[in-house]
Design a protein around this ligand. Sequence first.
Ligand SMILES: Nc1ncnc2c1ncn2[C@@H]1O[C@H](COP(=O)(O)OP(=O)(O)OP(=O)(O)O)[C@@H](O)[C@H]1O
Length: 239
Amino acid sequence: MPERSGSAIEVENASKVLDGVRVLDRVSFTAEPGRVTAFLGPNGAGKSTTLRAILGIDHLDSGRAVIGGRPFREHPQPLQVAGALLSPDAAHPARSTRGHLRILAASNGLSRTAVDRALELVGLRDLADLPAGQMSLGMKQRLGLATALIGDPAVVILDEPHNGLDTAAIRWLRGVLRSLADAGRTVLVSSHLMAEVELIADDVVVIDEGRIIAADTLERFLGISGSLEDRYLGELSSR
Ligand SMILES: Nc1ncnc2c1ncn2[C@@H]1O[C@H](COP(=O)(O)OP(=O)(O)OP(=O)(O)O)[C@@H](O)[C@H]1O
């Protein structure tokens, strides 16, 4: 049976050098099942690189990144272990939403029902025949979310999923993330929208220049006063 819940993401001493620059420097944190963990940091801090390393797309020079105790690529049914939205342009521009999801489903042993369920979930059922190349950014993000969720995974990893979403979709995503976590899933989401993160996160991890500078519950990170934006910017400027 796939591991639907109880699969933590663990990153331990992850380091990586790109073009002579240390983009990850002994990065360590855990994202726990049943919680939404927000991954925060300025542009170029190393968020995407870390998420790609967790998914086995980027290689680490040292350290490790595992899901449920082992590297993502070593899981026999990867789409049911972790679903990810890393880029809004994951689908071929000439391929329809339905076509993209069907190929994904077929190559991962998932049924067409899973495709219909994913389309319904992200509100793309009426646009299922539209080529990805003709989609707005928000529609592409919805398709990316459908791709992430199609395998009903234990772990959901979303890199800036709010980009391009309209107000109603941001509210909808808030509910989706909460219900995934409440059902025991591990949700790791990067975002620059501090007001939104304040509404959705249980835990926060802050990275700056490749180093983790804070990792705590949202409540403890916020402390006794102030907004997440104030607290986050204060943390960055105090370095
Ligand atoms: N292919 C690459 N070659 C060289 N450097 C790279 C490459 N990809 C990323 N980097 C560098 O790695 C660092 C981390 O980039 P990363 O995309 O992980 O940041 P990020 O925190 O996701 O930023 P953003 O919030 O802007 O998306 C940056 O300094 C970036 O320039």
